[in-house]
Design a protein around this ligand. Structure first.
Ligand code: BGC
Length: 825
């Protein structure tokens, strides 16, 4: 196909061609454009896609889209394509280099229309010098800054088009396009500052459509924001992103929406209208068009909201590229964010084609700009991203492997094996250059990003020794490459990488563990990584250390991007489910439900994005729609509900749920590559547990029933299975001498018993930060000796305290929100 461009520079041009077609003809249109484009045939929009041609390294490739446009065809036709700046030409990138025209300064278009007459005739119309160009009503815009449209702009003048060269590869469109998946109506707020602000009730990525009723030449301005502050509109956390829509009316009543940008918002301030009618405004939520594959619910309403928030987080950040956030001057495919969320994402939506495209983007970057390494974000904006470093760059092995596990597609693994291998080799070279010890890394890493054990609560660097994280991820990437090689029959590679992974493990043990097995890096994330990746000499010693660490951290999560996605699984897999549930269900800072309590409708970037009074904790790097910490959902689905992938493509599952009366019940339905799995448990009022499991045809499940009197483990095949048992641990009477005093204090009846029998210890536990709360009832902690007789009496009474199985009348809220939303035509 031939590319053309307007002969003289025109900002955001339209390019058109008039033609005739025989009556009854059929027509297929294929288009490529740079920057973003939207096509109209006889004034009607072609297709339902947004932000075409999507986001990738345009120097590398450009995707062509094809539509059947028969329904829009007439005898006398005008095909008109509007072009906007988008990622290609608008302001884009991070730091100093952020600027315009990152890939080029000219707008390109290639179009081919194939018209088949009813009589069998075939005609082809292609872009050439006979096409005309002129200004469109779009004046300016960009991904970060929004759009300016002036419908009074003189668009009649026409200029010639000239041939242009596009030197990248031209490809058919293979990944899910961006489409609208939901619409929401707002309520109107009048703020103390006198603003008219629309509240759409949900943070999302998308655009705002409105009905224009303005007289000719009058303008309005819409600005987007994520949160109110002091009841007023606020957007300082968008940093330099203008994120606005400025419209000048031609006096014609019609629906208007931005074409070549998107916003991350819940609120919108409208200026220029004396009285805003909320009925005239609609939020149109945009996302890559992926199928939802999961329904999940528990008896805990706030946990349900958390899952729903993670789902919205995925939707809002899956716009052709898996982005960190959709609102500020960033919106990049950060590789760690992507890798930590990949498993959660693949439960929630069918992400295979989406990640396939992202893996190709990483591979392009790896080959073009990074000499085998993987950047911190991809597309790297022509190599501007820094090298990813541990956890970020490891997306190059983790994503291909995890996507393989989720979908079982060997071809896809084979397609990505060269990226895995090249990355492993890059690490091996760096290791050798640093002396070959396997533990010294001159490279950069973001480490345990935005953890709570850094220098200050606002620090971005966590407290876990970075070389330790680097060593673990070096080993992990080499290990995954070995596993992929084995799966693909690359036996020599498999042996080599497997042996190296073992060597690295040995080096890590020698460097970071005492001969007796104590881990010398004493942070939650360090313990989590050791457990998750199986790097320890002595499991019991490691667990003792972890327990001590947790106690000293007051059982509050301190992990950042690296530890958070793995901590609950690590705890639950190693007999610390009590600690895991405490962390998951805490409503205090830091914890997931802290954000839910503060009204979060998506996942925040930081544990403390908002302070308890609702004020923003900072503006430098503070997004309220950042899915990374939503990766906790993987643990909820795989460990709490208990359905975990056991073989590539879900041909086998490991079913091993963790039961808690605080949830009452938990179930999910997952449409996997192997068929539909259903798994759920429920606690009866008498305290027995029922587990129901549906295994799809051709699959098997290895089932472990928790606290089963006979320790039941069983392998079952396709069909429906039910087990009911009375767990050894009385789930409805959880309190004993082993209980943590903090837990006792949270239950009013248990607290009252403590006050009655151990008034001094009770008093010592008052106040949220009292150290005594981190002790078990049986532990004296030094200051309050435990009298065995009193303890025995108290324990007897505590054992009578019954916790009713929780049952929020909120089943499937995660699904309902998606279902409720109107799917636009
Ligand atoms: C992004 C993160 C990203 C990080 C890397 C931030 O600005 O929003 O999510 O992973 O930088 O350090």
């Amino acid at each position: 196909m031939r590319f053309i461009t307007p002969e003289k520079p025109i900002d955001c041009p339209k390019i058109w061609k008039d033609f005739t077609a025989p009556a009854g003809a059929r027509a297929v249109l294929t288009l490529m454009g740079l920057g973003l484009y939207r096509a109209f045939l006889n004034g009607q929009r072609v297709g339902r896609e947004y932000l075409t041609p999507g986001f990738n390294d345009y120097d590398a490739y450009l995707r062509a889209q094809t539509w059947d446009v028969t329904d829009l065809l007439a005898e006398n036709n005008r095909l008109e394509v509007w072009l906007g700046n988008g990622w290609y030409k608008g302001r884009l990138g991070l730091g100093e280099s952020r600027g315009r025209d990152r890939w080029g300064s000219r707008y390109l278009l290639a179009a081919r229309l194939e018209i088949a007459g009813a009589d069998g005739s075939l005609a082809t119309l292609e872009t050439d010098e006979t096409w005309l160009a002129g200004p469109s009503p779009i004046v300016d815009g960009g991904i970060y800054d929004g759009e300016i449209r002036d419908d009074t702009r003189q668009t009649g003048e026409s200029a010639a088009c000239v041939p242009a060269v596009y030197s990248g590869r031209v490809e058919p469109w293979q990944s899910p396009p961006i489409r609208a998946y939901a619409e929401r109506k707002p309520v109107l707020l009048h703020t103390p500052a006198g603003e008219q602000v629309l509240d759409f009730g949900q943070n999302l990525a998308g655009i705002i459509r409105f009905v224009n009723r303005l007289p000719r030449c009058e303008s309005l301005r819409i600005q987007s924001g994520e949160v109110l502050q002091g009841g007023n509109f606020y957007r300082d956390n968008l940093r330099s992103a203008k994120s606005e829509y400025v419209y000048t009316s031609d006096g014609v009543e019609k629906e208007i929406e931005p074409l070549f940008t998107f916003y991350g918002f819940r609120y919108a301030k409208v200026e220029g209208l004396a009285r805003v009618d909320p009925a005239d405004f609609t939020a149109v939520a945009l996302s890559s068009d992926l199928e939802q594959t999961l329904r999940a619910s528990t008896g805990h309403a706030k946990l349900n909201r958390l899952m729903e928030n993670a789902w919205w987080g995925q939707r809002s950040n899956f716009l052709d590229v898996p982005t960190d956030c959709p609102q500020r001057d960033e919106r990049m495919g950060w590789t760690a964010d992507t890798q930590v969320f990949v498993n959660t994402a693949c439960y929630q939506m069918d992400c295979k084609a989406f990640y396939r495209k992202f893996m190709r983007d990483m591979r392009e970057d790896q080959l073009r700009y990074y000499g085998g390494d993987i950047p911190a974000y991809s597309p790297s904006v022509k190599g501007e991203a820094i090298h990813g470093g541990a956890v970020w760059a490891d997306a190059g092995t983790i994503i291909p492997w995890n996507v393989y596990m989720a979908y079982g597609d060997q071809d896809l693994l084979r397609e990505n094996y060269p990226m895995m291998r090249d990355y492993a080799e890059y690490l091996i070279r760096a290791d050798a250059a640093a002396g070959g010890s396997h533990i010294v890394f001159p490279a950069f890493t973001f480490g345990d990003w935005v953890a709570q054990d850094g220098m200050t609560p606002q620090s971005v660097r966590g407290g876990t020794l970075e070389a330790y994280i680097q060593g673990i991820y070096y080993m992990h990437s080499v290990d995954l490459t070995a596993r992929a090689a084995a799966e693909l029959g690359e036996a020599a590679d498999a042996r080599r990488y497997e042996a190296l992974a073992e060597e690295i493990r040995a080096a890590l043990l020698a460097e970071y563990f005492t001969p007796g097995g104590n881990l010398c890096v004493d942070t939650q994330t360090a313990y989590v990584l050791a457990l998750h990746y199986g790097v320890y000499r002595n499991e019991e010693k490691l667990l003792q250390g972890f327990r001590r660490r947790l106690q000293r951290d007051f059982y509050r999560i301190t992990c950042g991007f690296t530890g958070t996605p793995l901590i609950l699984s690590a705890l639950m897999d190693h007999g610390m489910e009590e600690e895991a549930f405490r962390m998951l269900l805490t409503e205090e800072f830091p914890g997931w439900l802290y954000a839910v309590n503060l009204g979060a409708t998506t996942i925040w970037e930081r544990w403390n994005s908002l302070n308890p009074d609702g004020s923003m904790s900072g503006t430098g790097m503070n997004s309220l729609n950042h899915y990374a910490y939503g990766s906790v959902c993987e643990a909820i689905y795989s460990r709490v509900m208990g359905l975990r992938c056991g073989a590539p493509g879900w041909k086998r599952a490991i079913v091993s749920p963790h039961i808690s009366a605080r949830l009452g019940h938990a179930e999910l339905r997952y449409a996997s590559a192997a068929g539909v799995w259903e798994c759920g448990w429920r606690i009866s009022p008498e305290g027995s547990v029922t587990l129901r499991l549906t295994v799809p045809e051709g699959a098997e499940a290895d089932v472990t029933l928790p606290d089963h009197p006979e320790g039941l483990r069983q392998t079952v095949g396709a069909g429906e299975h039910t087990w009911t048992w009375r767990p050894l641990r009385d789930v409805l009477h959880p309190f004993s001498r082993h209980s943590l005093m903090g837990d006792l204090m949270e239950d009013p009846r248990a607290a009252a018993l403590m006050q009655k029998h151990m008034p001094a210890r009770y008093a010592a536990c008052l106040g949220r930060d009292s150290e005594s709360r981190a002790l078990r009832l049986e532990e004296s902690g030094g200051s309050h000796p435990v009298d065995e007789k009193t303890l025995a009496v108290l324990e007897r009474e505590l054992r009578q305290v019954r916790v009713d199985p929780c049952s929020a009348d909120d089943i499937g809220s995660f699904v309902r929100a998606a279902g409720k939303a109107k799917r636009p035509e």
